[in-house]
Design a protein around this ligand. Sequence first.
Ligand code: GLU
Length: 447
Amino acid sequence: MANLSQKYIDLAKAKNPGEPEFIQTVEEVLTSIEPVLEAHPEYIKAGLIERLIEPERGVSFRVPWVDDAGNVQVNRGYRFQFSSALGPYKGGIRFAPNVYPGILKFLGFEQIFKNALTGLPIGGGKGGSDFDPNGKSDAEVMRFCQSFVTELYRHIGPNVDVPAGDLGVGGREIGYMMGQYKRLTGQFDGTWTGKGTKNGGLAGRTEATGYGIVFFAREVLKHCGEELAGKTVVISGFGNVAWGTACKLEQLGAKLIAFSGPDGYILDETGITGEKVAYMLELRGSGKNICAPYAEKFPEAKFIPGEKPWGVKADLYIPCAMQNDIRLEHAKQLVANGCKFLIEGANMPTTNEAIEYLQANGVVVGPAKAANAGGVACSCLEMAQNAEHLIWNEEDVYAQLEGIMVRIHQLAADACERYNLGYNLVAGANIAGFERVAEAMMCQGIV
Ligand code: GLU
């Protein structure tokens, strides 16, 4: 039975050549749900895994637009609707030059289990384009978003598929996309989440992912008999997730000492708090040089150009940048530093090899599917707010978010315990998410 999942991994490899990111996550999820498959032969018989690794639908389309100089530009747009077992497809839109099906399918597949873990009624999907918003004018971004939605609108809807933001897509882009969607359909509905609060969005959605990550980290530490307050923390990234994480770390009394950007990393042992976090937010819009201007403004900080921050000694590490940020060599550095806790803020920031090495060396890894689920959970609250035609207040959102994160941690911890896997949250999150999706799929017949 040990090779139950290998057959499906081989199938995914054969059917998705040249998409290593997708294979990486399929491998990670399927290997860890092996004990569930062994306990449930009816899942195998129902072809559940073959169906899960094949998106229900994927669309690819041309996105033509005109730049400020009057030149015609053509990008490629996509939406992968992976699973509607638990509700409408739900997941972000990513704009980045390296976007291709392998990246969107890894994100879409992960999203199924992440969304299931929230306990809310949302399926999984992901979309995006190889459009690079960096260096584009506001008018160019608007024209691109309008063209993107002119094709995408026919595939989405409040009970069909509800996109949100991801890398390169924030409140501005969502605003332009929902504006065009409204113009084409004549509907002001809950089809888009991550909208600004002036525009039907949910108070607290912007910081929800980062806040949720820190609540999750607090639960992990508590489980291990430790406290978040007073801990030193290193994060990577400088975007929305990193910013929300920095804010909540400060509120809960932890000390953030390093963050990174495309130009290197900042080490600020006096603590990155208050106006420094606000300055990180300001730099976010500027794209390239993040650390150099920070070090200029705050001379107590050290700027280490061209390096990742994983050599810095700290109590807790939270990668918030992007996929495969921590490879085996970084995992070795972390273990040599005495790292005990790594909580994934970004989606799949750690390679499978690196996770194995960290866990084998006693590091508790909090997987992204669980740790960063607060973002999509609040997106689902935004769907509820829009469907109710009401406006929720921030305090209610924060309170619900905290409850959801505590529950996710409990679900993952219980699942690994049930299968005698110790406190292995990577397996626990995959198992708990998978169980919910599998149970729903079994009710719905072979579809
Ligand atoms: N892109 C985010 C994620 O990775 C948010 C998705 C959403 O809110 O739908 O979970």
